[in-house]
Design a protein around this ligand. Structure first.
Ligand code: NZQ
Ligand code: ZN
Length: 389
């Protein structure tokens, strides 16, 4: 391992059945005004809304309701939430929902007291945060993004067709997150498997880089093996608590900064997926599933030893009688079979993308340089995207 780094993670997690019982204790650490941010309908349908309101009332909090956070939260909603938080002088933003609600809450936490336009300042220009930050806590209802224990906040601006992820520092990480796998059991199957692929993609985009012998890669392999195992069980029986709890815990560790330590990272699948999202508003994990295999086939010759290791360790490919390239490709075939088995999409067409969007999606794909093929161009991205139809 050759990298040098500092590691800390400020989020306190409460995991397991009935973890919601820890919310009251966490609330005691904050002032009286709580902004309750949530999505469209799921927490009311499941009864979680009533349970959280009861805990807030019992804690004597004044609740500022902030409903309607949409999947792939928009810049308009961010501005509205920032105004609401500022006007009500909220002491804590409590995000109850999936990654979208958590991401949005973090965006609001820095936007509320920002004098400039937060989209331009924090998402386009990526300036450091220099205003007051409202603390965030999460009650997570969907496993996938890792937003419960990271500084990520992805916001979509439909007017300019850009979906941009900002990774904020420690001060913006959730102060606490409640992870009860039971709360994820009401998730529609499509969202559940999309979340599984989001997790896989997070791990792979940190794994497929570098050439040194790195502990982070061994951790990544363990996480991937657990995820493949549990996702198969969950796809066959979504109510399997053990599988769902493993998926939830794996999701957190896939993107809470640990497995990126000492490494460069790739993230081009996310850059393409986010641009697809800006044009289609499709489910995040599915956008990644649609672009992954063509992208991997493109970079495979440049990172062949790692693709061979991935095929052998994660997919159990027997190398006997095969060239390295054959082993690596067999790994991708095994991955494809798993994707089909659990019900992921394999093409952009399935997400409503049309070929006339290709230029725009390619232009909206930010080029990052940490992977095995650091000299990608927008024209190359367009070719890879073409292969995703
Ligand atoms: O709005 P409601 O009614 O709550 O419905 C949601 C939504 O429609 C529903 N849902 C969530 N939990 C449920 C449930 N339905 C029934 N039962 C439950 N328990 O699921 C739908 C999708 O929710 P969403 O929060 O959008 O999904 P996800 O957790 O995948 O979040 C996606 C967002 O996170 C960003 C993505 O780009 C996308 O905008 N990401 C954030 C990252 C980060 N913070 O580090 C990294 C990721 O790569 C990702 O980019
Ligand atoms: Zn993701």
């Amino acid at each position: 391992m050759k990298g040098t780094f500092t590691y800390s993670n400020p989020t306190r997690l409460h995991f397991g059945e009935e973890a919601l019982g820890k919310l009251a204790g966490e609330l005691a650490g904050f002032g009286p005004v709580v902004m309750l941010s949530y999505g469209k309908a799921s927490i009311k349908k499941s009864g979680l809304y009533d349970r959280v309101m009861e805990i807030l009332r019992a804690a004597g909090k004044t609740v500022v309701e902030d409903p309607g956070v949409m999947p792939n939260p928009t810049v308009e909603k961010l501005r509205e939430g920032a105004r609401l938080a500022r006007e009500n002088k909220v002491d804590l933003i409590l995000a109850v929902g999936g990654g979208s609600v958590c991401d949005y809450a973090k965006g609001v936490s820095v936007a509320a007291y920002c004098d400039a336009d937060p989209w331009e300042k924090y998402y386009v220009r990526m300036e450091p945060v220099d205003n007051a930050i409202i603390p965030v806590g999460c009650v997570l209802t969907m496993a996938g993004t890792g937003s419960e224990m990271n500084g990520g906040s992805v916001i979509t601006n439909h007017a300019v067709k850009r979906k941009i992820g900002r990774v904020f520092g420690d001060a913006v990480f959730p102060r606490f997150s409640i992870l009860d796998p039971v709360l994820t059991l009401t998730l529609p199957r499509y969202q559940m498997v999309a979340g599984c692929f989001d997790v896989m993609s997070h791990i792979l985009e940190q794994y497929l880089s570098g050439t040194d012998d790195n502990t982070s890669d061994y951790i990544a392999e363990g996480l991937m093996r657990s995820l493949v195992h549990s996702s198969r069980i969950a796809a066959a029986n979504p109510q399997d608590y053990e599988a769902r709890s493993n998926i939830m815990w794996t999701a957190t560790w896939a993107l809470n900064t640990l497995i990126a330590k000492g490494k460069t990272t790739d993230w081009m699948v996310h850059m393409m997926g986010q641009s697809v999202g800006a044009f289609t508003d499709a489910t995040h994990g599915m956008t990644l599933a649609a672009v992954t295999l063509p992208y991997f086939r493109h970079i495979l010759p440049y990172g062949l030893p790692k693709f061979v290791r991935y095929a052998r360790v994660v997919w159990g490919i027997d190398p006997a009688g095969k060239s390295d390239e054959e082993v690596a490709l067999a790994g991708l075939e095994a991955m494809k079979a798993w994707m089909q088995e659990i019900g992921l999409v394999l093409s952009l067409r399935e997400l409503g993308a049309t070929p006339d969007m290709l230029d725009g999606i390619a232009e909206g794909t930010f080029l990052l340089r940490g992977g095995y093929k650091p000299d990608l161009t927008t024209a190359k991205i367009r070719l890879i995207l073409e292969a995703c139809f």
